[in-house]
Design a protein around this ligand. Structure first.
Ligand SMILES: Cc1ncc(COP(=O)(O)O)c(C=O)c1O
Length: 340
């Protein structure tokens, strides 16, 4: 039986238009380290898309984008506040601390994997400000869409931005799935990042081959990143190929269309799984879902060629991508129906 992929959007292939863009970039010579015309066009596209002067720095991974972006926003004695399930806290091997000279990443609880302004405010109230014995909160980092597949409503982000501004923190966004959130919210890219200083664009989960990026609206962060990225080995000599991928990705709303497709595939899958009697919690708003499924059934579904992450007794994670077809979803549901 043909395998059907729901393990991760990282397992999806590269979009054809990205490969074509790389092939097109592959002619003649071009200035190295980002001095090329494609990178210049990418810079322009990003400012146009986010409706203000922005700088984009292509890097290899989302982890590099998060850690180096945060390192440029936060002093070594500072703390970055995120949700307790935040990828930067749970899944990046303390890269933010490593690149940021010891930055502390603090995770706070919040219903539905969303940071709650009241909880953040209470945490900040308890900080011993100006006391050199304690890391000083300097950045609030929001993951949009979240690690659990939820999407922050824009007014929740606005509240967090306001709170951060009142308390002298800057706002960072881990946008590993930013396109999925924009597609779900139906807002403009500019609105999605309103009040955010610096963010991880997210690209490899949504069709790009080998490049993520840091985008910043802050010149000081941009100036610092030039040096930080070089020292971290994240400035590609042949940057035109990285920039070509991102330029193709961001052209003509392809990134949003791809994410909209992934979200729709998840809605179809989640509806089918729920109709077969399984509980999905929280309700998926982007392209990730967590399902309660008895061990025997999940083992048999997996043996039937449906690939997903097994999260331990009774729980699995399903992820769709731009490459998930309706036939994939329907075949997977047929196989599950056969088992149930
Ligand atoms: C929410 C989130 N942020 C950041 C990353 C890091 O991306 P990368 O695997 O490219 O380092 C991931 C990867 O899965 C992620 O899910």
């Amino acid at each position: 039986m043909r395998p059907i992929e729901f393990r991760s959007d990282n397992a999806a292939p590269t979009a054809d238009y990205v490969l074509e863009a790389i092939a097109q970039a592959n002619s003649g010579s071009a200035m190295a380290y980002g001095g090329d015309a494609i990178t210049a066009a990418l810079q322009q596209r990003v400012s146009e898309l986010f409706e203000r002067e922005a700088r984009i720095f292509p890097v290899l991974t989302g982890t590099a984008a998060n850690a180096l972006g945060l390192a440029a926003m936060c002093p070594p004695w500072g703390a970055v506040i995120c949700h307790e399930v935040g990828h930067i806290l749970t899944s990046e091997a303390a890269a933010t601390a490593a690149f940021g000279g010891g930055i502390q990443v603090t995770g706070l609880p919040g219903a539905g994997s969303l940071l709650d302004p009241t909880t953040v405010a209470a945490h900040l109230d308890g900080v011993r400000w100006d006391d050199p014995h304690e890391s000083q909160p300097a950045v609030l980092s929001v993951t949009q869409a979240t690690e659990l597949g939820a999407v922050y409503p824009l007014d929740r982000i606005a509240e967090l931005v306001e709170l951060a501004a009142e308390r002298g923190l800057r706002v960072h966004l881990d946008g590993a799935r930013l396109a999925n959130a924009i597609a779900a919210l139906g807002c403009t890219p500019a609105r999605a990042v309103a009040g955010v200083t610096t963010f991880t664009l997210g690209a490899t989960k949504n069709g790009v081959l080998s490049t993520d990026a840091i985008v910043t609206f802050d010149d000081r962060v941009a100036d610092e990143l030039r040096f930080r990225l070089k020292r971290a080995g994240q400035v590609a000599s042949k940057m035109r190929y990285a920039s070509a991928q991102l330029l193709a990705y961001l052209a003509e709303d392809r990134w949003i269309d791809s994410a909209r497709h992934a979200n729709a595939a998840m809605r179809r899958l989640a509806a089918g799984v729920a109709a077969l009697g399984f509980t999905i919690e929280p309700q998926p708003e982007a392209n990730i879902a967590f399902v309660a499924m008895p061990d025997e059934i999940r083992q048999r579904w997996s043996k039937a060629g449906v690939d997903f992450y097994d999260l331990g007794p009774g729980r699995i994670r399903l992820v769709t991508s731009f490459a998930t077809s309706d036939a994939d979803v329907d075949d997977a549901l047929d196989r599950l129906r056969g088992i149930v």
